[in-house]
Design a protein around this ligand. Structure first.
Ligand SMILES: *[C@@H]1O[C@H](CO)[C@@H](O)[C@H](O)[C@H]1NC(C)=O
Ligand SMILES: *[C@@H]1O[C@H](CO)[C@@H](O)[C@H](O)[C@H]1NC(C)=O
Ligand SMILES: [Mg+2]
Length: 264
């Protein structure tokens, strides 16, 4: 037992030292070759470097149309989502959105509306993805719908703060989601349970009208309808580029982090 514990201790110590060496390299005590390929002992690529570059590529919409995350990035993505960084990144986006909206001179005519996507924007499916490889596995509609039908998705805390602040400023809320119409009741229930108590619109996808259409087309069309009803989309926030590309996107758009899946 003692030997076992000691060997665990030594392993942890080695792991920590290894981490510190990496950290020092990043902390650029060595400024001469800042762009050199980072390699670990034995000349192997250090996975974290390529996974963080991959994530940046995804967020900047350089890496597109991917079906699953790189298999070697499962741990990296898991650590990102369950650690502090995901929350911190979400906070920056939501705070910027708030600073923007505070700077506006709103008419106060009750027609100012803010569009929120739902999954990974308003509600988090992290409990589901934590059990299914953080995006390593291809999307499984049956399993995912079983999770949705539980109505147990928690709120994303930083998005919820923005939601509350917008309501306090008298701005209406539209939820615009790719979830199908048949999930309307459970989605409404889940939103309320998670603390989103009110909204002007809850728009789900009519899969007969939008069958075979992209999310960009669906969301653009629905936003256009909102504007035709007289709403002014002052802001639009989502975790997918397809939430904020297309037409009628709103006066400003905000992209939340999502390294787990890509929807065109
Ligand atoms: C905001 O709108 C009011 C009323 O239209 C106007 O008097 C005021 O100058 C505006 N302020 C800014 C900063 O645009
Ligand atoms: C939004 O954009 C439209 C069109 O450019 C502009 O007329 C309007 O003043 C903008 N609204 C806000 C709140 O910035
Ligand atoms: Mg989403």
């Amino acid at each position: 037992m003692k030997i076992f514990l000691i060997s665990i201790f030594v392993t942890l110590l080695l792991a920590t030292c290894h981490g510190n060496i990496l950290f020092n390299e990043h902390g650029s005590t060595n400024q001469i070759f800042p762009l050199r390929v980072k390699i670990g002992s034995g000349g192997h690529y250090i996975q974290e470097v390529s996974c963080s570059s991959w994530r940046l590529g995804v967020e900047a919409h350089n890496v597109i149309n991917w079906k699953t995350i790189p298999i070697e990035c499962e741990k990296y993505v898991g650590n990102y989502l369950l650690g502090d960084q995901y929350r911190a990144d979400s906070k920056v986006v939501n705070r910027e959105a708030y600073f923007y909206v505070k700077s506006l001179n709103l008419s106060g005519d009750g027609k100012d509306i803010w569009v929120f996507d739902i999954d990974e924007t308003t509600l988090s499916n992290l409990p589901y993805y934590a059990k299914h490889g953080f995006g390593v596995n291809p999307f499984d509609e049956t399993l995912f719908n079983e999770w949705v039908d539980l109505g147990a998705a928690p709120a994303l805390p930083e998005s919820q703060k923005l939601y509350n602040k917008l309501l306090n400023l008298g701005i209406k809320i539209a939820f615009l989601t790719g979830r199908p119409l048949k999930q309307r009741d459970i989605t409404a229930k889940n939103l309320k349970k998670a603390g989103y108590h009110t909204w002007e619109k809850l728009i789900l996808k009519d899969t007969t009208i939008y069958h075979g259409k992209t999310a960009v087309t669906y969301k653009s069309t629905e936003r256009k309808k909102l504007e035709e009803e007289g709403y002014k989309i002052i802001g639009n926030i989502g975790d997918q580029w397809s939430d904020i590309l297309g037409t009628n996107i709103g006066n400003r758009t905000f992209k939340l982090p999502d390294p787990i899946y890509y929807i065109a």
